[in-house]
Design a protein around this ligand. Sequence first.
Ligand SMILES: C[S@@+](CC[C@H](N)C(=O)[O-])C[C@H]1O[C@@H](n2cnc3c(N)ncnc32)[C@H](O)[C@@H]1O
Length: 217
Amino acid sequence: MDLLHTQDGTPTLLHPVYGEAYHPRQGALLQARRLYLEQTRTHLHPAPRVLEVGLGLLVNFRASLESALLRGVRLRYLAVEREPLPGELLARVRLPLPLAEEVFQDILGRWPAERFAGPWGELRVLFGDVREVQLPRLWATAVYLDPFSPRANPEAWSPFVLRALRRALRPGGRLATYSAQGAFRRALKEAGFALHRVPGVGKREWTVGIGRGVPPG
Ligand SMILES: C[S@@+](CC[C@H](N)C(=O)[O-])C[C@H]1O[C@@H](n2cnc3c(N)ncnc32)[C@H](O)[C@@H]1O
């Protein structure tokens, strides 16, 4: 697969079946920072635990790790991915994040594995479909919901999945996603999230869901 360049100079890929890019054309790293990292407040958290749906090119992971390393905090990251990309391809996806890139080189040396750990923290990968994996209860301080769009990839946005993500989130934790689709937003509210519309970059709105209190189940 050929890498494409987004407008902030960071790479992305086009998925051959979904016909969608892994990141917006305005910037892969730009979205990782402005949406996932900042809108979930992960960049401020003293002990961040991120649950991601769609690890992809590990752009969101590396942006989160760089932020944690610069602040001297450990990152715990649990990602669900059903189509892991080959290591040779990931090795070509370089990002201007010097601290995280060093850890990424170690990860690539053992890719794909279910757990990577070091003084920086931990990355665990659940290789499977988000509808089928077992997520930990009340674990995450943040959820990055980053599959392909609800139109192309509807199963990853279903009420069933959103309820599972709500159960995985700690009280006060935040879910962020680029999608502003109406049906998805209604399902997010029904799953027990307080819905917030935030201004997007390259699109009018992104979506943030805040998990208030302890969810049932
Ligand atoms: C938009 S890309 C993610 C980009 C990634 N977050 C990054 O930082 O580079 C979407 C990813 O979601 C994964 N995905 C889509 N549907 C899924 C599902 N039902 N379960 C698990 N992973 C899924 C795809 O394989 C793909 O890697």
